[in-house]
Design a binder for this molecule. Sequence first.
Ligand SMILES: NC(=O)c1ccc[n+]([C@@H]2O[C@H](COP(=O)([O-])OP(=O)(O)OC[C@H]3O[C@@H](n4cnc5c(N)ncnc54)[C@H](O)[C@@H]3O)[C@@H](O)[C@H]2O)c1
Length: 314
Amino acid sequence: MTGRVLVTGAAGFIGSTLVESLLASGADVVGVDAFTDYYPTSRKRANLAAVTGHPRFRLVEADLRSHPIEPLLDGVDGVVHLAALPGVRSSWGERFRAYAEHNVVATQRLLEAVRLVPVRRVVAASSSSVYGLPTRFPTPEEESPRPVSPYGVTKLAGEALLHAYWASYRLPVVGLRYFTVYGPRQRPDMGIHAFFEAARAGTPVTVYGTGDQTRDFTFVDDAVAGTIAALTQPAMPGLTYNVGGGHRISLNDLLTRIELVTGRHLERKLVTAPPGDPHDTSADVTRARRDLGYAPKTDLTEGLRRQWEWQRTS
Ligand SMILES: NC(=O)c1ccc[n+]([C@@H]2O[C@H](COP(=O)([O-])OP(=O)(O)OC[C@H]3O[C@@H](n4cnc5c(N)ncnc54)[C@H](O)[C@@H]3O)[C@@H](O)[C@H]2O)c1
């Protein structure tokens, strides 16, 4: 694609993968990241190693909670807003204030800047966490969102801000509800990453509940392809799209696949499920297929192999 794209959260798991894909497609990219310490910043630096020095990439180390955003939009055609504090479990208690600031206040500041310096499209990351305990599987976007974690509440508030700026100012916003993204660079707090680490170390894996909970896993390249489509295709501004992988499997079955991929036995340690984790997630991607041509391609076993290869060698 041509033109300049501003990617917030550019040093993160999804952000750094998106930056590489945008550069490969011919775009100019300005990446913004605050290098928060949710997980080691050395990993975030490593995520950007391949694009550092690229003639069409510029990194701005800045915190969207306070940094002036309008100058960052100079000459920008599209914005992909991925910056956030992720993770369900650490969003309870005192930490909620930080979640509200990074996920809600920073989003409002970005939208306010776009109001003053217009761009062609703003794509912003939401999450399957907004659904909470949905009644329909696969879950369509029309399902009433009722998050069961403070993190989910902040992502839903971010979506509500997108809607407010669309409804009141016609900002060309598109929201994407990602469903558990995995693949190379996956955050160390995420399940598949932790399971591969346990396989490497020969230590038991912690299973919350009985392992019968299910997840719709999305390979990162598919999530990135859906994100670029939301930036470039005539998606409906003001709408939100599910971005899932079409692989809904139980945690127990996932662990069996991980054993196959790694060739190692995983000892399971069952503990009580923490509050805030939805029991099941499953994306109905009909709307994304229709408007974005979204078609996740990566088979789960192949995606797991690629993450294992990265984790084993990094
Ligand atoms: N990974 C998933 O499975 C998943 C699922 C659903 C939604 N999401 C959403 O996708 C987005 C990206 O997730 P990820 O897994 O790549 O997370 P990540 O933590 O790897 O990346 C987020 C990046 O945002 C940066 N950041 C946070 N607050 C900032 C601020 N105030 N200013 C500038 N930068 C800031 C962080 O330093 C980090 O590098 C997030 O919005 C997340 O809520 C991710």
